[in-house]
Design a protein around this ligand. Structure first.
Ligand SMILES: [Zn+2]
Ligand SMILES: [Zn+2]
Length: 138
């Protein structure tokens, strides 16, 4: 992970550094694993940054490529920071079958699949690895 600060990330992408946005990015920098809107909202409850603001910011960050999102089959989108140096990066996500933890497996890269078959358009690509995390497999 690089040592970019939340302010750097926001300013570089043309966002104003509001306390809520800084707290959101700092949370994602710190956790390093995908978090749901609810989890983020719970962790930011002590500052004045409500559920709707979290939603709006996450979707603006998504469009700017600051974050990516993953849905593991439970219909809950989870958001994680995207390494700026990789641009739109593609990596598998690990899902623990026991505790439900979701992690970015950034050490494995998946090539951007653009042409799978003539006439087919790829809109989203997602690779999951399911199993037990280090805590659950003990
Ligand atoms: Zn687990
Ligand atoms: Zn990820």
């Amino acid at each position: 992970m690089n040592c970019e600060t939340a302010r750097d990330i926001l300013q570089k992408n043309g966002f104003k550094c509001t306390p809520g946005r800084i707290a959101l990015i700092e949370l994602l920098l710190k956790t390093k694993q995908p978090l749901s809107q609810q989890e983020i909202s719970n962790q930011l409850s002590d500052i004045d940054f409500n559920f709707v603001s979290v939603y709006r910011s996450l979707h603006a960050f998504l469009e700017a490529g600051i974050v990516h999102r993953v849905e593991t089959g439970d219909r809950i989108w989870r958001f994680a920071l995207t390494d700026a140096k990789d641009g739109e990066e593609h990596h598998p996500h690990f899902v623990c079958n026991s505790c439900g933890k979701v992690e970015c497996i950034k050490e494995m890269k998946i090539p951007q699949l653009s042409e799978i078959r003539p006439g087919y358009t790829v809109e989203e690509q997602e690779v999951f690895i399911r199993g037990l995390c280090d805590k659950c497999s003990r």
